[in-house]
Structure formats: structure tokens, C-alpha cells
Design a binder for this molecule. Structure first.
Ligand SMILES: O=P(O)(O)OC[C@H]1O[C@H](OP(=O)(O)OP(=O)(O)O)[C@H](O)[C@@H]1O
Ligand SMILES: Nc1nc2[nH]cnc2c(=O)[nH]1
Length: 181
């Protein structure tokens, strides 16, 4: 775990890439797009902990139609800046069978996490799978999955804030930052 001083130092040298205002306007725009497509589908919304916690908390109150909510916890970065093996720690309790599922995540990077979630959800009998990611990283190569709803495109750098951590810290920031290279 980072010390408080280390965490402050990373923040102090980081570059803000999306302000809190832009982030909040983007969530509103995504809510409109999601409502247009899914408001009559009674979707089961699955939030991917822990990164999606802030995005989920801001998006859900803007979705003014009936839905169910559950979460799952899967991670593969484990406080590092490069992904490894997927670690499923919490599986959803809600049954996905015959449901239209909308998965919420903070960031689509290489796409490995979201592709694995889609495979799992579809194998369990979901009727349809949609995904909304707040940030889509421009990694310069193809990904195994595209999100149906994308908030912002971020550069190919390690980013944090708005739910995304840097070595476990700073998920609480309202804006998005890139660590100093
Ligand atoms: O597209 P990928 O390269 O697979 O990476 C994207 C995943 O990485 C992050 O999770 P992380 O493993 O950092 O766990 P966390 O949400 O608990 O921080 C993020 O929340 C996505 O789920
Ligand atoms: N915090 C954070 N998590 C990630 N998971 C995959 N890419 C990233 C990233 O750039 N930042």
C-alpha cells in the first residue's frame, strides 16, 4: 500500500486529462443514451467492483426506468499498472438467465476483463449483453470486445480517479488523471 505521502506525490505530479465537469456531463450524456436503448428492457445492471463504484453511483440515479442491480468483483491489475490473471472474488447473486444485462465498468483497457464477463454472463443464459464503460483506453490495437456505451477515450497511459486507483489510492477523485510518465 502507498503511504499517504507517496499517494500525494503521485497526485502532485499527475496530469489532469478530464475535469470533474467534463466527467459529470459525460455521465449525463451516457444516461440519456442508455435510457434511449434500454428503458423498456427492465435490465439487470451489474457493476464491476471495485473500479465501477463511482461511475455506478453517479449513473444509476439518472436512469429513471425500472431495473435490477447487482455487482460482481473481478480484478486483474491488483494494484499494479499491468494486468495479469483474472481474480473473481464475488459473483453476482441475481440470476442472469433470460435477462437483458447491462454491465458497468470504469475502464476498458485491453478488454480482457469485460470479454471474460460477457462470456460468463452469456454462458449463464442471459438474453442479451450490453456494456457501458466510462473510459475506453486508446491502446492502438484491437480488443476482444467493444463497449456499447463509452464515456471518454483516454490515452494509452495509466489513469486514475473517478473510481480508478493508482496502487490502491485515489479512487475518490472526481476528475481523471494520468500518472507522470
Ligand atoms: O480491459 P482490461 O485490461 O481487462 O482492464 C480493465 C479492468 O481493469 C480494472 O480493474 P482492476 O483489475 O484494476 O480491478 P479494480 O476494479 O478492483 O481496480 C477496471 O476496473 C477493469 O475492470
Ligand atoms: N486505475 C486503472 N485501472 C486500469 N485497469 C486497466 N487499465 C487501467 C488504468 O489505466 N487505470
Amino acid at each position: 500500500m502507498l503511504s499517504s505521502e507517496e499517494a500525494r506525490k503521485i497526485f502532485g505530479t499527475a496530469e489532469q486529462i478530464f475535469s470533474a465537469d467534463v466527467v459529470s456531463q459525460t455521465v449525463k450524456r451516457m444516461a440519456i443514451d442508455i435510457t434511449t436503448l434500454l428503458s423498456h428492457q427492465y435490465p439487470l445492471v451489474l457493476s464491476i467492483m471495485g473500479g465501477a463504484v463511482v461511475f455506478t453511483g453517479q449513473l444509476l440515479p439518472l436512469l429513471e426506468f425500472p431495473l435490477n442491480f447487482d455487482y460482481l468483483h473481478v480484478s486483474r491489475y491488483d494494484n499494479k499498472t499491468h494486468g495479469g490473471k483474472l481474480n473473481w472474488t464475488v459473483l453476482p447473486r441475481e440470476n442472469v438467465q433470460n435477462r437483458v444485462v447491462l454491465v458497468l465498468d470504469d475502464i476498458l483497457d485491453e478488454g480482457i476483463t469485460l470479454a471474460a464477463i460477457r462470456e460468463r454472463v452469456m454462458n449463464q443464459g442471459a438474453a442479451a449483453f450490453y456494456s457501458a464503460v466510462f473510459a475506453d483506453k486508446d491502446i492502438g490495437r484491437s480488443k476482444p470486445i467493444r463497449a456499447d456505451f463509452v464515456g471518454v477515450v483516454v490515452p494509452d497511459r495509466y489513469v486514475f480517479g473517478f473510481g480508478m486507483d493508482v496502487r490502491g489510492a485515489w479512487r475518490n477523485l472526481p476528475a481523471i488523471y494520468a500518472v507522470k510518465e
